[in-house]
Write a protein that binds this ligand. Sequence first.
Ligand SMILES: [Zn+2]
Length: 365
Amino acid sequence: MESGFNFGKFFGIQFRVHYSWFFIFGLITVFLALEVFPGAIRGQSTPVYWLMGIVTSFLFFVSVLFHETGHSLAGRANGIPVSSITLFLFGGAASMTREPATAAAEIKMASAGPGVSLLLAGFFWLAYTVFLGSTNTVAAMALWLAQINLIVAAFNLLPGFPLDGGRVLRGLWWHFSGDYVRATLVAVFWGRVAGFLMIGAGIYVVIQNRDWLAGVWLAVLGWYLENSARLSLKQFTLQQWMKGKTVADVLERDCPAVGGDISLGELKSRYPAGKCFRVVATLGKPEAVLYLPSIGDKPDATSIVEFAQSMDRPIEVSPGDNLLTLAQQMNETGKDYAIVKDGDAFIGMVFLDSLIDLVNRSAAT
Ligand SMILES: [Zn+2]
């Protein structure tokens, strides 16, 4: 997820906010300040309602953060490292760099988030009862936060993948049947069913109750869930396809050797379809590998040895390495190619785009 910005690192996890969160933050603040709080307690001034809206919105944001941190810490305790968390439109997404190793790990990690939300709901409910009667503004804020945390827990516990409840379902199915693939397909199926049901419910609410806000909100959530379920199925297929394959199965050996004394322009005109080159040792500089798509807008006059030396250190793998491990490495580093070496000898390269092509072609047959 690229469109967001980093706002801090806690417990070694990078926290990011998707830009859509500012929109949601504003929307919730307006809704609270104009609708919820004036209805809950009368007689406060407009600035007070707005202040309550902003503070409550912020505490909701913190609640979602706690929910995701719950997943991450439980995941890490069970051997699933989480490198970053991005908060976006409907909550958060913990980016897992690896699939869970066991059904028990999956169940623990998936239920930790809703568990945290339920604890928060209890905490805010307690605050509500403490402040009710004495400080009604705080009580109203606490009540709304208790309710919203309960809703977050309930929504995420719907038994459809990739929601938390769907992951719990997959973990349970996996545990009792021992079939990880089948368990994932079942959980994804129910994720899509839940999505379609929510879209239907949203349309019903609009037609029957004329409640546009609630109806559209439900339908959008359902559409988002159905989409995510399909997307995770795609990701899963890719993972399954790579399992058991090695780098040697996909590597491209077609990287001609070129002298380092020619320019990028010459190289492009000599090999119009070329993608990768082995730049032989030139002018005291060691042999290097050149990946043409990473050139960007470098001037044509640049000598290729200079360019090859300026490239980022590539991922290096051996032909016998596991393909799935390489894909994870590419995912973690954001690099779209890797160099394949046998000891010190250059053998070829692996390109992410050709890899995706290959999977798509094999999925089509
Ligand atoms: Zn969750």
